[in-house]
Design a protein around this ligand. Structure first.
Ligand SMILES: [Mn+2]
Length: 468
């Protein structure tokens, strides 16, 4: 038995050593996360504590979970990527002997579980890799000596209400229960939730230089993917194959995956805003709308390109495409520090309304919302629809999308020559003092340039796979 245990231990240490090899070298540093906690603390009111939980694990089917995705706020403030964790940030130093102003409770190491689900960071890892000094296992949270009631404010985010305990009182369900019991919370306090939202909005809407590097990378490799797909698509390709090429290129360049479920739709499908089935087996001569962005070290790109599947825009497709392009160009002109964020949407609606009237598709500018029902811009970062204050003005180092669109489904009240044309062009913009930088400029937007890119030879068309 002893020998078995020894072998078992050796096996586990071999597994954990191996798992640490050949990791990416450009993850956010522990200094970054520490700096974000400092910035968060600076915005907290006197005598307050903030409580941040990991996101729950979610079921894909029966006993199989979705790939785990951390709560972006937890990742931003700690770099911790595992479930069942809670972070406490204190405005003032706590305790006397070993005073602390932050505590992280992590998943306990567990050799037999780690064989199944991978190496856990544990207390030591959270200290050495994430730079925390005060770290405990989740199971210690319940009895952790903290009197939440002594604080003037407890700052926390909305928590999930549909969890069931799956093992013990130190999974997320248990951590939440302990928190609410210790803090005497029976109903969420609105001002606590608002404080959390306000602080994380104001931090996450401005990107630090480290975040800017990751954003450039995720947007750039998404553009490379769009360009390769433009070259590869043809009337006989399926939506799903086009999505697969995007995914392949994202991963080839180091992305973890996609920042949101990819939208790859031809013709009528391109007119469905959050189309996700991507199951049309052929594209024929329709327009292909692709809203696909990678996630790189937590940061999401959000790029949309619309291309003719056969490589050439028809006159009607071109007219709609050009109008969307013009709207985007007009919005770019006001992308600089000081512009009210709502103006981006207003400007894009104005241009598209005037254009649709000119083409005879609508008569009343108010009807623009029939064919352009969504907003023009959102913040972009750890979330594809990132946190930020939408009622404020543009500030340096914000990153937003500019994404006007026109969608004319079949049976719309206009000439049927326009039916089933759906166009969106979406770029990711970094705001500067007097201007902007288009991070997604590498993928063509002008219709002439799109046709040129589509006419290029594709590596993917040269590849030979067995017939099945
Ligand atoms: Mn978007």
């Amino acid at each position: 038995m002893k020998q078995f245990l020894l072998l078992f231990t050796l096996l586990i240490s071999a597994v954990s050593i191996q798992a640490q090899e050949n990791l990416p070298t450009d993850y956010l540093s522990k200094e970054f996360h520490k700096g974000r906690r400092e910035a968060f603390r600076n915005l907290m009111p006197a005598n307050s504590v903030a409580v941040v939980f990991s996101y729950p694990e979610r079921v894909f089917s029966k006993d199989v979970n979705y790939n785990y995705h951390q709560n972006p706020d937890m990742y931003y403030l700690t770099g911790y990527k595992e479930p069942d964790a809670v972070l406490l940030i204190f405005k003032e130093l706590q305790g006397t002997a070993d005073a602390y102003n932050e505590v992280l409770f992590v998943r306990e190491r567990n050799a037999s579980r780690e064989i199944w689900t991978g190496t856990r960071l544990g207390i030591e890892g959270a200290k050495s890799k994430l730079g925390f000094t005060t770290v405990y296992n989740g199971k210690d949270f319940k009895d952790f000596a903290i009197d939440f009631k002594k604080f003037d404010k407890i700052i926390y985010d909305k928590t999930p209400t549909d969890l069931e305990s799956n093992q013990s009182d130190f999974d997320l369900f248990g951590l939440l229960q302990s928190f609410k019991t210790k803090a005497g919370i029976t109903r969420d306090d609105k001002t606590s939730l608002e404080s959390f939202t306000n602080i994380t909005n104001s931090l996450r809407q401005i990107k630090t230089p480290e975040e800017m590097d990751l954003m450039r990378k995720t947007v750039k490799l998404s553009c490379v993917a769009h360009n390769e797909v433009m070259k590869a698509v043809g009337p006989d390709m399926s939506e799903n194959e086009a999505e697969g090429i995007h995914a392949y290129i994202h991963r080839k360049y180091g992305a973890e995956g996609e920042g949101y479920p990819p939208i790859v739709g031809v013709g009528a499908n391109g007119c469905i805003l959050h189309y996700g089935e991507n199951n049309s087996t052929k594209m024929n001569n329709q327009l292909l709308l692709m809203d696909v962005g990678s996630e790189y070290h937590g940061y999401s790109a959000d790029v949309t390109r619309t291309i003719p599947a056969n490589g050439k825009f028809s006159e009607e497709q071109k007219a709609i495409y050009q109008l969307v392009y013009d709207a985007q160009e007009e919005v770019f002109k006001i992308c600089k520090e000081g512009t009210p964020i709502q103006d981006l949407n207003t400007k894009s609606k104005e241009v598209i309304a005037a254009g649709l009237i000119k083409l005879g598709i609508i008569k009343d500018p108010k009807d623009v919302r029939i064919y352009y029902p969504h907003g023009c811009s959102h913040f972009l970062g750890l979330d594809v629809h990132d946190k930020g204050n939408y009622m404020g003005t543009l500030k340096e180092n914000m990153i937003l999308t500019v994404e006007p669109g026109i969608y004319i489904p079949a049976n719309s009240k206009c000439d049927k020559k326009w039916w089933n044309i759906g166009v969106r062009i979406e770029d990711d913009i970094a705001i500067k003092k007097d201007s902007y930088e288009n991070l997604s400029a590498e993928s063509p937007r002008k219709w002439e340039d799109v046709e040129k890119m589509a006419a290029q030879k594709s590596t993917f068309n040269e590849m030979k796979f067995p017939k099945i």
